[in-house]
Design a protein around this ligand. Sequence first.
Ligand code: PEP
Ligand code: MN
Length: 337
Amino acid sequence: MVVVLEKNATDKQIENIIKHLEDFGFAVHKSTGVQQIVLGAIGVKPDFDTRKVKILEGVAEVYRITEPFKLASRTFQKEDTVIKIKNVDIGGNEVVMMAGPCSVESEDQIFTVAEIVAKSGAKILRGGAFKPRTSPYSFQGLGEEGLKLLRKAADKFNLLAITEVMESSQIELIEEYTDIFQVGARNMQNFSLLRDLGKASKPIMLKRGLAATVEDWLMSAEYILSNGNRKVMLCERGIRTFETYTRNTFDLSAIPVVHKRSHLPVIADPSHATGLRDKVLPMARAAVAAGADGLMVEVHNDPEKALSDGPQALLPEQFEELMKHVKLIAEVIGRKM
Ligand code: PEP
Ligand code: MN
């Protein structure tokens, strides 16, 4: 940690700051610059709250050098994590496509969409059975019936399945049907759920919270990893900003930022990030160009009648076109799709 002192810090204040740092367990190195004194506080303390130093009289700025996350960091593991699920590798050279409706709505709907996305080259079928809706009066998902339909449709078209888990009490049930658990944006900091998923045996896709920094997000991944489950992938799905022309703001730069800091695979979700069907194709291309290890895209056979997220769902022919485009982008950067 680096502690920059105020230009007019008094000797008494400096003495007090050094004493506090030593009491916190740091070894302190003082360097006197032309204008300012800088203290180097040595000692790895990932969970140290830098505000304890920031509030001391005479301190101008505090910078942390070591990252607060450990198991998720590149320092801990240099090589990319590759999550193997049956015949699919996530985090390797191949860009993996996850696609399907926002919600599983009926047998006819999920089988129709599964066939379409499989034909275009998707490897993983998405579909929510438990839906986190902003309004309690909106469609909440089919529950176990939805899980059964998702599994049957995935198996029929040789796809893996991913679906959202909203609370710990659902883990056992969902684990019977899914290949990957999705943790939604609204649950990114549901720490008891994350802890319990750390004990699950199936991989987890952790979506970024609506107002989460990359560090918050990686700390949430740390909850799962530190409880024993090392099969964690992250999903950038847009964050809330002041912009209103899109549903969220797609933070594309988070993809290379996370890749530099962490070995975990990063999936990108241009559907929730933009909220509008006509923005999904260009942002899917951009996400692959930025290095996403996979995409999650919403597709519906009849989006106008969809029970959730219809306006952002791609029509079957649009999904086919998207697959062609992202394949080309993947090739340009030396990846497969
Ligand atoms: C979803 O995937 O349908 C979903 C609700 O996503 P998010 O948690 O990113 O809003
Ligand atoms: Mn959705």
